[in-house]
Design a protein around this ligand. Structure first.
Ligand code: ATR
Length: 278
């Protein structure tokens, strides 16, 4: 009788998803830590999300990364969620255990680790401006407020969405909201984070240039092989640093890997193998 080894299956589900670097990152993590696992790209349209997740679970899948545009919708399918996923209202990692679906959100911790550990940005007492008020912003506001910034302002093209997030997190710290084009600049910003999806369409919306000083650290949650429109804009307007989100991508992946495999890979060599920073 022949013996079959079943390799633990993981994957990333999104639409579109062909551009995703997650398979490369997780293969490098698996190699580094000696874990036997496979990781697939799964392109799934929003109307097929539930069927695809349940089928992956039914056929023995162990875990999924969830990316655009499913991070909010997939939260409905979980049996349990971590506190940080519940606070964010968005899930980027699923673990299938004992017939249940566990949902987590590792985006916020991924960003914090990149800013604090990899880039040495001090968030305590900082004035922070976030551009955008979608799912990405929901995932990072809570963790950023835990670092005790002096202020955190959310600016969005649609001001009501920024206001709703600010109200949601009002108990957690000094968070305020405003329209995209009326960002107050009386206090210099130490850190400006682009959390809009504008760059994905190649657009450079009217970002508030007066918010940048030569002390400002600019961080784009988006990343690309060539500089993103926001990172070009930041550099052109005299930011002290202009960085794309490669580090956050690798760090959030490491947290997902830890949840699934119980071991945190060393991110530094993997980050080096990606294209880093504009
Ligand atoms: P994600 O999950 O990536 O955050 P999302 O929830 O669809 O995606 O949110 C996209 C964000 O990018 C929103 O803040 C959106 O602004 P609106 O709330 O006004 O729609 C912002 N955004 C997208 N395209 C933009 C553009 N061309 N100019 C300015 N903001 C833009």
């Amino acid at each position: 009788m022949s013996e079959t080894t079943i390799i633990d299956r993981y994957g990333v589900m999104g639409y579109p998803v062909s551009h995703s670097r997650s398979p490369v990152i997780h293969r490098l993590f698996a190699l580094q830590t000696g874990q036997e696992m496979q990781y697939e790209l799964l392109q799934v349209t929003p109307d097929k999300l539930e069927t695809a997740v349940r089928q992956f679970q039914r056929t023995g899948g162990k875990g999924l990364n969830i990316t655009v545009p499913h991070k909010n919708a997939v939260a409905r399918l979980t049996d349990k969620t971590s506190e940080r996923a519940a606070t964010a209202g968005a899930v980027n990692t699923l673990a299938f255990r004992d017939g249940e679906i566990y949902g987590d959100n590792t985006d916020g911790i991924g960003l914090l680790r990149d800013l604090s550990v990899n880039l040495g940005v001090n968030l305590e007492g900082a004035n922070i401006l976030i551009l955008g008020a979608g799912g990405a912003t929901r995932g990072i506001v809570g963790p950023l407020l835990e670092m005790s910034p002096a202020s955190l302002r959310i600016a969005n093209r649609t001001p009501g969405k920024a206001q709703a997030i600010a109200e949601h997190f009002a108990q957690s710290g000094p968070v305020t909201a405003c329209g995209f084009n009326v960002v107050p600049v009386s206090e210099p910003y130490d850190l400006i984070i682009n959390a809009t999806s504008a760059g994905l369409q190649g657009d450079a919306p009217p970002y508030p240039a007066a918010a940048i000083t030569d002390q400002t650290y600019c961080y784009d949650l988006s990343y690309g092989l060539t500089p993103t429109p926001f990172s070009v804009w930041a550099r052109d307007n005299g930011a002290a640093h202009s960085v794309m989100g490669w580090g956050m991508l690798v760090e959030q992946a490491a947290e997902s890997f830890r949840l699934w495999r119980g071991i945190r890979p060393n991110t530094a060599p993997v980050l080096k193998q990606m294209h880093i920073n504009a």
